[in-house]
Each structure stands twice: as C-alpha cells, then as structure tokens.
Ligand binder design. Sequence first.
Ligand SMILES: *Cc1c(COP(=O)(O)O)cnc(C)c1O
Length: 343
Amino acid sequence: MAEPVIHHRTPQYRKIFEQATGRLKRVFMTQGPVYTITGSGTSAMEASLVNFHSAGDEVLVLEAGKFGERFTHLAKAYGLKVTVLKAPYGDVVEPEEVKAALKKNPLIRAVCSQLCETSTAALHDVKEIAKVVQQSSALLIVDAISGLGADRLETDAWGVDLVVTASQKALMLPPGLAFISVSEKAQARMKAARLPKFYLNLALYEKGMPDWDTPFTSALTLVIGLNKALEMIEAEGLESVFKRCQLLGEFTRAKLKSLGLELFSKAPSATVSAASVPAGINGEEIVKIMRDQKGVSIAGGQGEMKGKIIRIAHMGAITKKDLEEGLVLLEETLNEMKVKGAK
Ligand SMILES: *Cc1c(COP(=O)(O)O)cnc(C)c1O
C-alpha cells in the first residue's frame, strides 16, 4: 500500500482487483458476485436496500443494538415500511420470533439483521434465521461488517441473500471499502427495484465485472491492501481464523470475568466481547485512561450504553499478546480508579 499509486484502469490493477475479488468470495463463502464499493460499511448497507426494493415495500428489521437501529433509519429514509423486532441490548432476536413475524405479515420483502451486533457484542444465529427466511419470499440481508472473517458465516450454504461487510474490521485494513454479495434470489429482484440510486447502483458494478473494471474510481491502494490481507487469511486458513477468533474471545471473556466484571452479551461473539462497567465507575473514563495513559485502544458503549459498558475486539489482526497486555493494563486501570474513588 506504500508503493506509488498506479492508475486504476490498467491491466496491472485489473489483475489485482480480480485476484482480490476471488479471494473475497472465498471468505464470503459464496460462488456468487461480490461487489466492492468505495465507501464505509454503511454504503453497502444502503446498497442492500436500494437495489432490491421499491418505495412502500415492507422490511423486517432485527434491532439488537445501534447497528440494527441503523437499518431502520436507512429503510425509513427511503420510504420503506419497517417492522421492528427489538431485543434488549446484550440480547439477540430469536429465529422463532422472525418466523412468527413473517407468518403474520407475508408482505415482508426483506429481513435485515446483523451477524455480530458490534455495539453490544451479541451474535445473531444467522444460520437458523436463514432457514426461516428461506421458507418465505423475503430476502435475508446480513450486516457482517464486523463479523465477516471472525464469526462463521456461510453465505451460500446457509442461504443468505445479501451479505455486507467493510474493510476496517476483521479484514484488517484501514476504512474506505465496503463489500456486498448478491444471491441468485436477490439478483432476480434487482430489475424490478424502483428506489432511487446512482453511485450505489449495483447494475453498474455488475457491468464492469467481466473486465474487472469499476464504475467509479477505485480506492486502489485499499484494494492492493485487501489482496494482501486476504492472502494472509488464506495462508492461515479460514477455519483456523474462525477458531483463533473464537479462542481469543473465550480468553478475553474469562479474563474479564476474573477481573470481577459481568459479561454484557448473552450471545457471545468471536468478533468482540463486552463487559458491564462496575457501579460507580464511568466506562468513558476507563476508555480515556486506557487510551491516553496506557496506550491501549478499547471501545466504550454507544448511544444508551455510553459509559455503561466497555468492548474489546478480538477479530482481525489482534493477537493473544495484545489481549494479554491490554487486559493487564485494564486491571491496573480499574484498580487505580477504585483507589482514587471512582467517578
Ligand atoms: C462498524 C460497523 C458498522 C459501521 O459501518 P461504517 O463503516 O462506519 O459505515 C455497521 N455495522 C456493524 C455491525 C459494524 O460493526
């Protein structure tokens, strides 16, 4: 990525893009097309709605946290009719609830879920949800922005129609790329979808594919990095990557518990873990001290969870050593805060 920037409409670049896309499909576990968009993850979430729907279409959104809520905001912004299945933060929506909602309203055209709801560290049972959605005419849209490449997601085998991810989480890259896979069931819907779109019109991306061309300027520096990151995943083996992230998650949660912290998520994920902050301590303060005084980046809560939880990632390039050292410093931080009279 540090090499001089080449032109994106050249044979050299097309070759890299072709190779990266082939590797990407293997991580998505799909034989179908995967499109690369220059944009953050949300651009692919938006693409998953605008390319497959018309105004007034009904969608079912599984809301288990902030990113589930984002699907609702997005769908409403485009005039879709949204039914929400809400789970308390830390919990997930069960496949049975999805089944009942689809039965109650056969007009539902799509079901939107997260794989890992990163804001709460809760993992949806996408495999079982897919079984339920496949029995209906609805599409299953899965935001796997944090989870893809950490938590298992078998796009084709499970029958997930649209999978969305981005460069900056388990794919170990800087932010700036978003990706979306499209099933045959979803492809059949594209032509009839009337929602407005231009930059995110996947038909344009599809058109360029045979020549490994992109409709708009590719963030080729990131794609060069993507090709390398995916090569690393390939060298380790996708199954080993899943296993590693799972074990690191178990390690992290055991350590958090040993520090006397209560785990926040009822459905643990291999991507990220969260713990409730002890009474009388401000979680934002923990994050700040860790960052400014200890040199360790952890995350706090978002929205309603602000100050109440801390989150530790174990996907992507994060190593056991990072976690061991970081958790020692977390312990130190908590002890210092308690001594000082926490605020
Ligand atoms: C990080 C994340 C997003 C945010 O995407 P942007 O890249 O900020 O647009 C959306 N959904 C999930 C589940 C995430 O983890």
